[in-house]
Design a protein around this ligand. Structure first.
Ligand code: GTP
Ligand code: MG
Length: 325
């Protein structure tokens, strides 16, 4: 019976709309595994996406992201909002369920039907993680989660790519993550909407706050795409639940700002264009690797080696074959 449901994307998606957590978890696994039926599932759920608030939480390892996420989940649940957490670790081959530490930390939410927590790793694949994360977020959005928090570890290019799907981005920093110059270098100034200077129990945190304030005011005019939004800097001590209400207020204020300006629409425009790009790249890559395994593909490669054809002409030839199939 369960298998039958999985072979019927429309049925499975309707179970997800109805709040079936098992169906949702199964779809997320299919997304991770790039199931061949995935386009069918997405076709049935896409029109139901676009309702959720999507918050991105990033920052260096150990900065306190998960602790902050946990505090936010408690606050959102107190307002009876449904919350999903996606923890993305591009360096981890593990996925499914939460990473051990997060699982322990999030235990208080484990039995709460209004909370869904999932970790995503690369599972040995290169690239495509941001694409898969976006589809996971669509699934959660269609499952009617009000707020989806996406936590990414680290501050590399992959994380910046993943975070494109978020509407509001919180960058969590701690004094030991370096000075504000490093923040600039890592590209965090561009993507941050709110800074949380966590571990404010440490004396050096005031210095970091001061540097950030300077940096934010210097940077404002360079980023007209943010509209009149002025990056907010919050001092937090997540482990003792301090500064969390101010942080939540800053995030909500950014969400209102998006709604009241054209920025939200612009973000959606960028996001859908990006999706097309991702899907096209994935599809063309897949078609190409299949073609190269075929007899015709192997002959073409031979011809390239023998200089009987040049790479541009070969590409045109392949495109012709693809467009006629
Ligand atoms: N002193 C102090 N420690 C904190 C604070 N917030 C979190 N921590 C501790 O910092 C450690 C890392 O916290 P996490 O929330 O796991 O940090 P993270 O950024 O999610 O870590 P990764 O996901 O591994 O990158 C834990 O031991 C926390 O208890 C804080 O405000 N002050
Ligand atoms: Mg974490």
């Amino acid at each position: 019976m369960q298998r039958l449901m999985e072979k019927n994307p429309k049925k499975m998606v309707s179970q997800i709309f109805a709040g079936n957590r098992l169906a949702l978890a199964r779809l997320i696994t299919k997304i991770e595994n790039r199931d061949p039926l995935l386009p069918e599932y997405i076709k049935h759920l896409y029109s139901k996406t676009g309702q959720a608030q999507i918050w991105g939480i990033t920052g260096p390892p150990g900065a306190g992201k998960s602790t902050i996420v946990d505090r936010m989940v408690s606050r959102l649940r107190a307002r009876n909002l449904k919350v999903a957490v996606v923890a993305v670790d591009p360096s981890s081959p593990f996925s499914g369920g939460a990473i051990l530490g997060d699982r322990i930390r999030m235990q208080q939410h484990a039995t709460d039907e209004g909370v869904f927590i999932r970790s995503l790793g690369t599972r040995g694949r290169h690239g495509g993680l941001s694409h898969a994360t976006k589809e996971v977020v669509w699934a959660l959005d269609a499952a009617k989660f009000d707020v989806i928090l996406v936590e990414t570890v680290g501050v590399g290019q992959t994380e910046l790519e993943i975070l494109k799907l978020a509407q509001t981005i919180v960058v969590v920093l701690v004094p030991e993550s370096g000075d504000a110059i490093q923040v600039m270098k890592a590209g965090l100034m561009e993507i941050a909407d709110v800074f949380a200077v966590n571990k404010c129990d440490r004396p050096e945190s005031d210095q970091l706050v001061r540097e950030l304030i300077n940096m934010v005011s210097l940077n404002e005019k360079d980023h007209p795409e943010k509209g009149a939004w002025k990056n907010v800097i919050c001092k937090t001590e997540a482990v003792r639940d301090k500064g969390m209400d101010d942080l939540l207020a800053a995030i909500e204020s950014h969400q209102s700002h998006l709604k009241n300006t054209k920025l939200k629409e612009e973000k959606v425009r960028i996001s859908v264009t990006d999706e097309l790009n991702n899907i096209m790249t994935e599809k063309v890559g897949l078609e190409l690797s299949n073609y190269l395994k075929s007899k015709a593909g192997k002959t073409l490669v031979q011809n390239l080696m023998k200089k009987k054809i040049d790479p541009y002409s070969a590409t045109r030839k392949i495109f012709k074959i693809f467009s006629s199939s």
